[in-house]
Design a protein around this ligand. Structure first.
Ligand code: HEC
Ligand code: HEC
Length: 218
C-alpha cells in the first residue's frame, strides 16, 4: 500500500512539471549578466565594433539556444568558453539570463524630455541609446538581395519576428554578422540552406546586405 502512495506522489510531482521546467527569475538573470557585461555591455549592447555582439532584445529562445550551442561546442568561440559551461552557467539558469537580456529595450534616438526628468535619469536613458554605424556599400542591391533571400525568415527590414528563434539582423553589428556569414559559408557555424545562401556570395554582395541592414535601425 505504502509503495503505491509513494509511486503516486512521485508521478504527480513529475507531471506537475516542477522538476523539469526551470523557473525564469529576472533578478537572477540580471545577476548573471554582470559577468556577461564585461564583454557584451551592461545593457547587452555589445561592443568593440562588433567583436562582442549585441544581445539586448534578441528573442529569449534564440539566446538560450546559442548558449547551449556554445556549451556543447557545436558553435565554437574561445572568449565564450569560460562562461558557457556547466560550472559557470548551469542549464537551469540559462532561461533566466536569456529572458533578462531579451527584455532590455535599446532605443535608436534620445527621446524628448520634459522638465520633470532629472539629469541623472537622462544619463540612464542616454546609456540605452544605441545605433549601428552606417556602412558603405550598395544599399539598393543590398535591399534587393535581402528581400529575395533573407526577409522570409529574418523579417521585414531585418526586424526579426515575434516569438521566434530566428534572430533579428537590424541593430546587430555589421562586422559581427559578416564574420558569422563567413562561418556559415565554410561550415564552421550551422545555418539553414547555408550552401545555397552563402557559399557563392561575393564579398560585395555581403557588403551590400550589411550596408542595407546598417540603416534599418535608424
Ligand atoms: C570574454 C568576453 C565574453 C563574455 C564575458 C561573454 N561573452 Fe558572449 N560572446 C563573446 C563573443 C566574442 C561572441 C561572438 C562569438 C562569435 O563571433 O561567433 C559572443 C557571443 C554570444 C552570443 C551569441 C549572440 C548571437 O547573436 O548569436 C550569446 C547569446 C552570448 N554571447 C551570451 C553570453 C552570456 C549570456 C554571457 C554571460 C554568461 C556571455 N555571453 C559572456 C564574448 C563574451
Ligand atoms: C530559412 C530561414 C532563413 C533564411 C532564408 C535566412 N536565415 Fe539567417 N538565420 C536563420 C536562423 C534560424 C538563424 C539562427 C541560426 C542558429 O540557430 O544558430 C539565422 C542566423 C543568421 C545570422 C546570425 C545572427 C546572429 O546574431 O548571430 C546572420 C548574420 C544571418 N542569419 C544572415 C542571413 C542572411 C544575410 C540571409 C539572406 C542572404 C539569411 N540569413 C537567410 C534563418 C534564416
Amino acid at each position: 500500500m505504502m509503495k503505491i502512495f509513494i509511486f503516486l506522489f512521485i508521478s504527480l510531482f513529475l507531471s506537475s512539471g516542477y522538476a523539469v521546467e526551470p523557473e525564469i527569475d529576472l533578478d537572477l538573470g540580471e545577476e548573471i549578466n554582470q559577468v556577461c557585461a564585461g564583454c557584451h555591455g551592461e545593457y547587452g549592447e555589445g561592443g568593440k565594433d562588433g567583436e562582442y555582439p549585441r544581445l539586448a532584445g534578441l528573442p529569449a529562445d534564440y539566446i538560450a539556444a546559442q548558449i547551449k550551442l556554445f556549451k556543447n561546442e557545436k558553435r565554437k568561440n574561445m572568449p565564450m568558453r569560460p562562461y558557457a559551461n556547466d560550472r559557470e552557467l548551469p542549464d537551469e539558469d540559462i532561461p533566466s539570463v536569456a529572458a533578462f537580456l531579451s527584455q532590455i529595450k535599446l532605443t535608436s534616438e534620445m527621446p524628448d524630455f520634459d522638465e520633470t526628468v532629472t539629469a541623472y535619469e537622462k544619463l540612464l536613458i542616454a546609456k540605452k541609446v544605441f545605433n549601428i554605424p552606417k556602412l558603405e556599400g550598395d544599399i539598393e542591391l543590398g535591399e534587393e538581395l535581402y528581400v529575395d533571400d533573407c526577409q522570409l525568415c529574418h523579417g521585414k527590414n531585418g526586424a526579426g519576428k515575434d516569438d521566434s528563434d530566428t534572430p533579428p539582423l537590424a541593430g546587430q553589428y555589421t562586422q559581427y554578422m559578416t564574420k558569422q556569414i563567413l562561418q556559415f559559408a565554410n561550415g564552421e557555424r550551422w545555418h539553414e540552406y547555408a550552401e545555397e545562401l552563402f557559399a557563392e556570395m561575393e564579398p560585395e554582395e555581403i557588403q551590400a546586405i550589411m550596408a542595407y541592414l546598417s540603416i534599418t535601425d535608424d
